[in-house]
Unconditional design. Structure first.
Length: 462
């Protein structure tokens, strides 16, 4: 299995190489050269399997010979062993034909654990085999950083540095990043906002001397291995509701388009998915684009669903690549235009996107109202991101087709918004009830590239 860049000017790589490098050197994103197919019989055979067994069957064809069957199976087993629910991704029913896919039973209570736990084990296995070490640096508005630290803590072949905006993440998110005591974990509070953190990270990747000297690696949501890990729960949940004999639709709270793009891959592999509904908060570039064809950056407005406060959606490039018949030159040109502020999707490409995707948005007031209503009529406490999804799903639901809305975080990760909306303060699950008592370890750093690089070099040398 070979991976190609969406901009068509980077070398083809194996799964393992694409995973270890993250971003392609031409600025593009890696995608599989071909999408492996699952037949109806293959899909039907997933019924009744454990999450781990389904994960093995769905992901195996993408991984090629980088990993043996045995080691890949062990990696999957280790990745999901720390989840707090035997089903890993359980479905609960909200209303007639409307289901919630709970993706928040991992160690940091957000769906990012599904991908990050797997990628941690894949990195460790690959690097040990190659006798290499890497430095992972990530920027986070909260959930990615905590999931990455949890996945890489204590691993031998990796140092992990996470940049987060000082004072702008929730207390639970901060504590999840600052309380792990392992020496290879480094939480860095940057004097700036999330965009600053992301910009400094990009600067490091573009500073090739530094990048090569510390063996910089990235695990943000453009890493193909993360998308792949998320394909699995589309299969497992659809099969629970009768696939391949019955079609289902999904609504996905979206920021960087990684999670919903995984649903699109599941559909391309043969899973009978009717609609994939993009749900955005007030930062609605994707909804605007699907509605009008105009993909133009707006200002980012802080919301109560902060993990979706994004106005440039990195993984959308992968969907555009297919919508433009995999023409890397066309994508390169669009991304240049985006640098100037935005672009118009061609009529043909827009039509192709609309064959798969619908879209909707939820305002802050609608999000709060949905949390309150779900608490009242379904007895379900939703996190604000999941509430955005439920609101948009209700607007797009067709009574004949089961709708599965992805619940992307546990309500206890965003207790203030949930309490404000519902009057009920969600408690942390038992297994992490002492989070507020654990000692914190964090370094405050200026929003300055040279200072950050010096800090990282000193830490990995010691
Ligand atoms: C990251 C995140 C999202 C958005 O996921 P994308 O893959 O970026 O679309 C939604 N909800 C929560 C809780 C998240 O952490």
């Amino acid at each position: 299995m070979k991976y190609i860049s969406t901009r068509g000017r980077a070398p083809e790589l194996s799964f393992e190489e694409a995973m270890l490098s993250g971003l392609a050197r031409d600025g593009g994103l890696y995608v599989p050269a071909e999408i492996p197919q699952m037949s109806r019989a293959d899909i039907a055979a997933l019924a009744g399997l454990s999450y781990e067994e389904s994960a093995f069957r769905v992901m195996r064809p993408f991984v090629g010979d980088s990993f043996t069957d045995e080691s890949f199976g062990d990696i999957i087993a280790r990745a999901y062993a720390g989840f707090g629910h035997g089903a890993r991704a359980p479905l609960v029913q909200l209303a007639p034909n409307h289901f919630l896919l709970e993706l928040f039973h991992g160690p940091t209570l957000a769906f990012k654990d599904f991908a990050m736990q797997l990628i941690g084990q894949l990195f460790e296995d690959a690097l040990k085999r190659r006798g290499e070490r890497v430095t992972i640096v990530g920027a986070t508005s909260g959930d990615t950083g905590s999931a990455a630290i949890e996945a890489f803590r204590g691993l031998d072949a990796v140092d992990v540095f996470i940049l987060f905006p000082y004072g702008r993440v929730s207390e639970v998110q901060r504590r999840q990043m600052t309380t792990p005591a392992e020496a290879n974990v480094h939480a860095l509070a940057v004097d700036g906002n999330f965009d600053d953190c992301q910009a400094r990270l990009k600067d490091m990747f573009n500073h090739f001397d530094f990048r090569d000297a510390v063996r910089l690696a990235g695990v943000n949501s453009i890493n193909w291995a993360r998308v792949l890990a998320q394909v699995v729960y589309y299969f497992s949940s659809a099969v629970s509701l009768g696939a391949p004999d019955r079609k289902v639709s999904f609504t996905v709270p979206t920021g960087n388009f990684g999670d919903i793009f995984a649903g699109y891959i599941a559909k391309r592999m043969g899973l009978p998915i009717d609609r994939l509904v993009i749900a955005t908060n007030q930062n609605d570039i994707l909804h605007r684009c699907l509605s009008s064809g105009d993909y133009r950056k707006g200002d980012v407005h802080a919301s109560i669903s902060p993990s979706m406060d994004i106005e440039v959606s990195s993984n959308f490039e992968r969907a555009l690549f297919d919508a433009y018949d995999r023409d890397g030159n066309a994508i390169g040109q669009l991304m240049d235009e985006l640098g100037q502020g935005g672009f118009n999707v061609s009529q043909g490409a827009l039509q192709r996107l609309r064959e798969h995707f619908d879209s909707g948005r939820a305002s802050e007031a609608e999000t709060l109202a949905t949390i309150a209503a779900a608490r009242k009529t379904m007895g379900e406490l939703l996190c604000p991101h999941s509430a955005v999804g439920v609101k948009v799903a209700e607007e797009h639901r067709d009574p004949a087709t089961p709708m599965i809305t992805l619940a992307t975080a546990h309500p206890a990760k965003f207790p203030d918004a949930v309490e404000k909306a519902s009057g009920q303060r969600p408690g942390l699950p038992q297994r992490m009830a002492d989070l507020y008592e654990r000692a914190e370890r964090v370094t405050r750093v200026p929003n300055d590239l040279a200072a950050l690089e010096t800090h990282i070099r000193e830490k990995i040398a010691s």
